[in-house]
Design a protein around this ligand. Structure first.
Ligand SMILES: [Mn+2]
Length: 392
């Protein structure tokens, strides 16, 4: 990070009083860990930070979070961003007075409720009255923030709130007022660690634990191609700051539910190969999730099932979403095949070796389209060149 960029970030953080911290929909360990680390640091500096997310905290990361620390955004009906100032006031209401004594709509993240918000007559509130800075972590675009993007984009605001964008996605759109985007980084947590070091800010055990979770999960336990000596040095220092790696390992990697294992068995049964076994895919339907009593968020690393097979260049996970006929596609690759570029063709994105997008259609239809597109990329001369290195 350049001195100039550091000074800009530091300046905005020093001047703020009530920063809003948020991240992408369907939170992962990097998102939750980065948010919490910043939250605790800012609290330590005497600020009044709030974390508000579109999605609830996935079960395995809840051990990091106290109920009141992360709030969840309640979207309006249909999940689309809509509603006038009254609806907006209701949505961002954080205290009884702001909500006219009604129940608050920004809930603790550990409360899971899919009830759509009902419009009630509440006084209009400006976002500026609640927050004076927005910090978005680990998120490539404003759209990926989900409903909380209403706090970042213009229509409901009188003045532009400054937005800090800290991210390592190669497809980041630089949507912030200040953008710190480094795609070579293994995680956003690693970037926040660097910022704290450079700013000479204290890394308390709580901060260290949150950052460690961000780093270890996003590097795939230090195995993904974005893992660097810096990732490991950061992790090593975080252990010095109070992290117990065994405890974190237990919480993250020995915490499967029976339902998850049932789903794993079901998903593995759907395994199919394409293109001379260079592509492998599995899928999960809503019925499977229901049968295993497991939320979709607990299955995001199932893309590793097909990708873990020897010789497979691209692993695909297809998941039916809540909306009818909508499928979430997750891709994992190796041998230099850039799935971020592939995902961008379908309106998604991510990293070179891990990316995703959503498509309309049945699982079968979506699978065919995606395999066809991957084949095109694989068959291009450039991909062939790289593939020659792959043992058959
Ligand atoms: Mn990340």
């Amino acid at each position: 990070m350049s001195i100039d960029l550091f000074n800009k970030l530091k300046g905005l953080i020093d001047r703020c009083h009530r920063p809003l911290i948020t991240s992408h929909i369907r939170l992962d360990g990097d998102a939750v860990g980065s948010e919490l680390a910043l939250y605790h640091v800012l609290k330590g500096l005497g600020k009044e930070p709030s974390i508000v997310n579109d999605s609830p905290v996935p079960r395995i990361y809840k051990f990091l979070v106290q109920d009141h620390e992360i709030k969840i955004w309640k979207s309006t009906q249909g999940g689309s961003a809509s509603g006038g100032p009254e609806m907006f006031a209701k949505q961002i209401g954080e205290s009884a007075s702001l909500c006219g004594g009604q129940e608050t709509s920004v809930e603790s993240s550990t409360v899971s409720s899919d009830e759509p918000l009902r419009a009630t007559s509440t006084p209009a509130v400006n976002v500026e009255d609640l927050y004076d800075l927005v910090i978005v972590v680990d998120t490539p675009s404003v759209e990926r923030v989900g409903g909380v993007s209403q706090l970042i984009t213009r229509p409901h605001r009188q003045v532009d709130l400054p937005v800090i964008n800290i991210d390592h996605h190669v497809c980041n759109t630089n949507f912030g007022t200040v953008n710190w985007v480094e795609p070579r980084r293994g995680s956003t947590g690693e970037m926040i660690y660097e910022f704290l070091r450079q700013a000479n800010l204290e890394i308390t055990p709580k901060v260290a634990e949150a950052l460690y979770v961000a780093i270890i999960t996003d590097t795939g336990r230090f195995t993904h191609n974005n893992t660097s000596s810096e990732s490991l040095r950061a992790a090593a220092h975080l252990i010095d700051c109070g992290v117990n790696p065994t405890r974190i390992g237990e919480r993250l990697y020995r915490a499967n539910t029976y339902g998850q294992l049932q789903l794993l068995a079901m998903a593995t049964k759907t395994l199919s190969f394409h293109s001379n076994k260079r592509i492998a895919s599995v899928w999960l339907t809503r019925d499977m999730l229901r049968e295993a009593h497991t939320p979709s968020i607990d299955t995001h690393d199932f893309a590793d099932i097909p990708a873990s097979i020897e010789g497979v260049v691209v692993g695909i996970l297809l998941r039916e979403l809540g909306e009818p006929n909508k499928v979430k596609v997750s891709l994992r690759s190796r041998d230099g095949l850039d799935v971020n570029k592939l995902a961008q063709r379908f309106g998604g994105g991510g990293h070179e070796r891990a990316a995703g997008f959503e498509l309309q259609g049945s699982i079968q239809e979506v699978q065919e389209r995606v395999v066809e597109e991957i084949n095109k990329v694989m068959d291009s001369p450039k991909a062939d060149e790289k593939e020659e290195k792959v043992p058959a």
